[in-house]
Design a protein around this ligand. Structure first.
Ligand SMILES: Nc1ncnc2c1ncn2[C@@H]1O[C@H](COP(=O)(O)OP(=O)(O)O)[C@@H](O)[C@H]1O
Ligand SMILES: CC(=O)OP(=O)(O)O
Ligand SMILES: [Mg+2]
Length: 396
């Protein structure tokens, strides 16, 4: 089987998908899955196209995150080749979170490009190092294979200058301290799928809420990004699983000056200890919080939804109105309660939802009297990467 291997390496997980290339790019992977629990007890789960699932622990002799990442990739390759004797991986495609100012389109990952991408590690500490480690690991395991990097920031390079600018001294903006935006592969996929769900309105004022462990929202016109809640790093904007989202910078100054916190401690606080986990004190996982009776869990969910509704007003201002509201990502696709709360707080924008359609995770959930089309569109970052990899390398 000729196939492209797609890798999406996160902070504690490694998602993969193998897309067959048989005259055309298959729209569904032959095999997909993920290694979860990297840094603790990594486990590989796989799913074949005919629905067969399996899982097994990853063989690792280390408790170091970096080494477990490498061991997970090696384990995945062994598993793929052992279970698919005729497998012929012709190229690999990766999600690379930060492409800086330089990369506004997918690019072949040559040694020079990789060296440049290393420079963006401090801008996405939770993602970029893992993304790049996956690229190096593939090069080690399959010498000479061509690899394509697809950037989360690229989709947002169409934003107007104002939307990309912080009110900092000009020299800093010129040095690249500006708003980049993330989750671009997800927005790209959803924007392309949207006309099939809401028709012509997909070309109007659209806001897509990508609600997963990392959460952000994006305003679009004519299917292009005009503003996003994430900025220079993937910590700005909405509240997330373990990230604060936007925070008064004065809080950070206070913590440094009065509480003696340094950059390392602040990074941990902003990226790992806050968000749903910090506010609830229970879990970063929306499913766990929705199932909990604890008032702290409810408070965390309420704050998460309130922040989305607040940002929705801001993004509608950037988009010049609101014709379509879209939910995607693990929470956006499955958490009906979250969509309902956001919709109720957005009634002033003309949003009304049909409770039965919403409870069923239907693709259209707007109520009859809604001025705004409300959609649930499952995202597919891996398929987007597969398309770009095939296109960039002219594999068909
Ligand atoms: N059925 C569900 N109901 C509520 N939340 C869900 C459901 N399924 C997944 N989620 C939530 O989705 C989030 C993970 O989203 P996902 O997009 O998979 O994350 P990642 O950013 O890691 O790709 C978790 O908070 C999880 O609890
Ligand atoms: C950019 C980002 O936050 O990604 P993720 O949702 O995978 O954490
Ligand atoms: Mg995600």
């Amino acid at each position: 089987m000729k196939a492209v291997l797609i890798l999406n390496a996160g902070s504690s997980s490694l998602k993969f998908a193998l897309y067959p290339l048989d005259g055309e790019l298959a729209s569904h992977p032959a095999i997909s899955g993920q290694v979860e629990g990297i840094g603790a007890t990594p486990e590989l789960t796989t799913r074949t196209a005919d629905g067969h699932k399996s899982s097994e622990p990853v063989l690792t002799s280390s408790d170091q995150l970096e080494q477990q990442h490498r061991d997970s990739l090696a384990h995945l390759f062994r598993w793929l080749t052992a279970n698919n004797p005729d497998l012929d991986i012709v190229a690999a495609g990766h999600r690379v979170v930060h492409g800086g100012e330089r990369y506004s389109a997918p690019v072949e990952l040559t040694p020079q490009v990789l060296a440049e991408l290393e420079r963006f590690v401090p801008l996405a500490p939770l993602h970029q190092p893992h993304n790049l480690r996956a690229v190096h690991a593939v090069a080690g395991l399959m010498p000479g294979i061509r690899q394509i990097g697809c950037f989360d920031t690229a989709f947002h390079r169409t934003q107007p200058v104002l939307a990309q600018t912080y009110a900092l001294p000009r020299a800093m903006t010129a040095a690249g301290i500006k708003r980049y935006g993330f989750h671009g592969l997800s927005y790209d996929y959803v924007a392309r799928a949207l006309p099939g769900v809401v028709g012509e309105r997909a070309h109007g004022a659209v806001v897509i809420c990508h609600l997963g462990n990392g959460s952000s929202a994006c305003a679009l016109r004519e299917g292009r990004s005009v503003a996003s809640t994430m900025g220079f790093t993937a910590v700005e904007g909405l509240m997330m699983g373990t990230r604060t989202g936007s925070l008064d910078p004065g809080v950070m100054l206070y913590l440094m000056e009065q509480k003696g916190m340094d950059a390392r401690a602040l990074t941990k606080l902003l990226y790992k200890e806050s968000g749903l986990l910090g506010v609830s004190g229970i879990s970063h996982d929306m499913r766990t919080l929705l199932a909990s009776d604890a008032p702290e869990a409810r408070e965390a969910v309420d704050l998460y939804c309130y922040r989305i509704a607040r940002e929705l007003g801001s993004l509608a201002a950037a988009a010049g109105g609101l014709d379509v509201l879209v939910f995607t990502g693990g929470i956006g696709e499955h958490a009906a309660q979250v969509r309902q709360k956001v919709a109720e707080q957005s009634a002033w924008l003309g949003v009304r939802i049909d409770l039965a359609a919403n409870a069923a995770d239907a693709s259209r959930i707007d109520g009859e009297e809604s001025r705004v089309a409300v959609a649930v569109v499952p995202t597919n970052e891996e398929l987007m990467i597969a398309r770009y990899t095939v296109e960039r390398l002219q594999l068909l």
